[in-house]
Design a protein around this ligand. Structure first.
Ligand code: NHW
Ligand code: EN5
Length: 392
C-alpha cells in the first residue's frame, strides 16, 4: 500500500524515533529539477493570480464544489473568496505556490494545491518552512493519481525556494501523524443543527429542552473585553509568543505585520478580541475565531451552516490553577459574541488548553479528526494538548 507515500521522506507507520532531524538532506540548487512534473496530456499547470477577481472566483468555485466533506458527505467546507485571500496571501507569500491545473482545451480549473511560508517551533527546533493546504482534485477526476503529481510539484517549487520541510493537516491517516486532534462542536442554534442533521436530538429529549440546554447570556462578562484594534498588535504578538512556550509544536510570530495579518479582525473572515486590564491598561488575554461556513448538501430548506472555529488565543495567568476558570470565562464570552453574529455552531479542536473548557462549556465530540504531519522531519509524536498550530 501507499504507492506514493512510501517513496516520500516521511516516517513509516510503526517506526520508532531515536532523534529529531531531517529524513533526507537538502538538495543543492543545481540538482533541483527546473521543469514542472508531467501532467496527463489533457491538462496544463497554471499559477493562480488571486488578486484577479475571476481567478479567485474560479478557485472559490472549485473548492466550494469539490473540497473537504464529512465522512457521510452531508456537509462541505465553503471557504469564501475573502477567506482564501487571507489564508493564501500572508506577508511573504509566493504566487508560485498557488498551483492550479486546468483542462488545456477549455481552460477549466480542475485541481489546486497551495503553500504559504511559515515559522514554527517543533520541540526545540525553529524552522522556516511551507504550510500546505487546499489540495483539491475535481470530483470527476478522482483516483487517477493526480494528487501525487500536485504534491511533487509543490515540493519542487518549495525546494527551488530553499525550503525542505513542510507542515500539513488532513482528516485522513497517512504516514505518519505527529499528532491527532479531535473536533468538538458547541451548538449556538440547536434547532437548525437538528433540522440539518448536524446534531441529533438525544433519545427522549424534546427540542424545547435541547434548546434550553444551549442558552447563553445576552452579554459577555469578562471585564475589559473589547474588539482588538491595530494598536494592540505589538502586545498581542508578545502575549501569543509567550503563551505558546507551553506547547511543543507552535507558530512563531516574528513581525507585527504577521500578527496584523493573521489576528486582526476582517469582516466575515476572522474576529479577534482582547482583554485590557482596567487599571494598568495592559493587555492580559486575547482570543480569535474564524468564519468558515459549510454547505448543507442536498437540503430543501437550509443551504449553509454558519460555523466559526476557535483560532489563536492567549491567557496571561501566573497561577496555573486559575487558568481553567479564566479560559472558561473567555471562551464563554467568545460563544456569546459568535451567537450575536448569527453563528450556528462554534467549533474547536482538543489542542492548546481547550480540554480545560470543552466539557463545561457544553462542546460535544464530533465525528471528525485532524491529523498533523511534517514532511521530511522525524520527531516523536505528541498528545493534541501539546499542539499549538491551528491550520485553516
Ligand atoms: S487535507 C484536505 C485534502 N483535500 C480534500 O480532502 C478535498 C477532497 N478530496 C480531494 O480533492 C488539507 C481528493 O480526494 C484529493 C486526493 C486531492 C485529496 N493529503 O490522486 P489520487 C491539505 O490540503 C494520497 C496527502 O488518486 P484523489 C493537505 C493517497 O494516500 N495525500 O487521489 C494536503 C494516495 O497515496 P498513496 C493524500 O482522491 C497535504 C494518493 O494521494 C491525501 O483523486 C499534501 C492518491 O492520489 C491528502 N489529503 O486525490 C501533502 N488524500 O501513497 C503535502 C489522498 O496512499 C506534503 N492522498 O497511494 C508536503 C509537500 C511540500 C514539501 C516541501 C518540502
Ligand atoms: C485542513 N486544514 O469531518 C482541513 N467535520 O467533527 C482538512 N461533524 O462537522 C481536514 N457525519 O460531528 C478536514 N456533529 C477534517 C474534517 C472534515 C470535516 C468533518 C466533522 C468534525 C463534523 C459534525 C457533523 C457530522 C455529520 C455526520 C458532527 C455532531 C455535533 C454534535 C453537537 C452537539 C453535541 C454533540 C455533537
Amino acid at each position: 500500500s501507499h504507492k506514493f507515500w512510501s517513496t516520500q521522506p516521511v516516517p513509516k507507520h510503526g517506526e520508532t524515533i531515536e532523534e529529531d532531524g531531517p529524513i533526507e538532506s537538502n538538495t543543492p540548487y543545481d540538482q533541483i529539477r527546473k521543469e514542472p512534473y508531467a501532467l496527463p496530456k489533457e491538462f496544463e499547470w497554471v499559477t493562480l493570480e488571486l488578486n484577479n477577481e475571476n481567478e479567485l472566483n474560479e478557485l472559490y468555485t472549485l473548492l466550494t464544489n469539490n473540497y473537504v466533506e464529512d465522512d457521510d458527505a452531508m456537509f462541505r467546507f465553503d471557504y469564501s473568496g475573502d477567506f482564501l485571500k487571507w489564508a493564501l496571501q500572508p506577508p511573504g507569500y509566493l504566487k508560485t505556490w498557488h498551483v492550479g491545473v486546468r483542462v488545456s482545451s477549455n481552460k477549466k480549473l480542475v485541481a489546486f494545491v497551495s503553500g504559504i511560508p511559515a515559522d514554527i517551533r517543533i520541540y526545540d527546533s525553529h524552522q522556516h518552512l511551507v504550510e500546505i493546504n487546499f489540495l483539491c482534485v475535481h470530483k470527476k477526476l478522482r483516483s487517477k493519481r493526480l494528487a501525487p503529481v500536485l504534491i511533487k510539484e509543490i515540493t519542487r517549487r518549495s525546494h527551488l525556494q530553499g525550503i525542505f520541510q513542510a507542515v500539513y493537516t488532513a482528516g485522513v491517516v497517512l504516514p505518519k501523524p505527529i499528532s491527532k486532534a479531535r473536533y468538538y462542536h458547541r451548538s449556538l442554534n440547536p434547532k437548525k443543527l437538528v433540522e440539518t442533521n448536524f446534531s441529533r436530538l438525544p433519545q427522549n429529549m424534546p427540542l424545547s429542552r435541547f434548546i434550553k440546554k444551549f442558552k447563553l447570556p445576552a452579554e459577555t462578562s469578562t471585564p475589559g473585553l473589547r474588539p482588538m484594534v491595530e494598536e494592540d498588535v505589538p502586545e498581542v504578538k508578545t502575549l501569543l509568543n509567550e503563551y505558546m512556550s507551553k506547547f511543543n509544536f507552535v507558530p512563531v510570530f516574528k513581525t507585527d505585520d504577521e500578527v496584523k495579518h493573521w489576528i486582526l479582525t476582517r469582516d466575515k473572515v476572522i474576529w479577534s478580541f482582547v482583554v485590557e486590564d482596567l487599571e494598568t491598561k495592559k493587555l492580559t488575554d486575547f482570543f480569535s475565531f474564524y468564519y468558515l461556513p459549510s454547505s448543507v448538501i442536498g437540503h430543501q430548506v437550509h443551504k449553509t451552516i454558519n460555523a466559526v472555529y476557535l483560532f489563536y488565543y492567549a491567557v496571561k495567568e501566573a497561577d496555573e490553577k486559575a487558568i481553567k476558570g479564566r479560559l472558561q470565562g473567555l471562551i464563554k464570552d467568545a460563544l456569546i459574541l459568535a451567537k450575536l453574529k448569527n453563528v450556528d455552531v462554534f467549533n474547536c479542536l482538543d489542542l492548546l488548553e481547550n480540554k480545560l473548557f470543552i466539557e463545561d462549556l457544553k462542546f460535544g465530540a464530533g465525528d471528525g479528526y485532524l491529523n498533523y504531519y511534517m514532511y521530511n522531519w522525524r520527531c516523536k509524536d505528541m498528545g493534541s494538548d501539546k499542539v499549538g498550530v491551528v491550520m485553516l
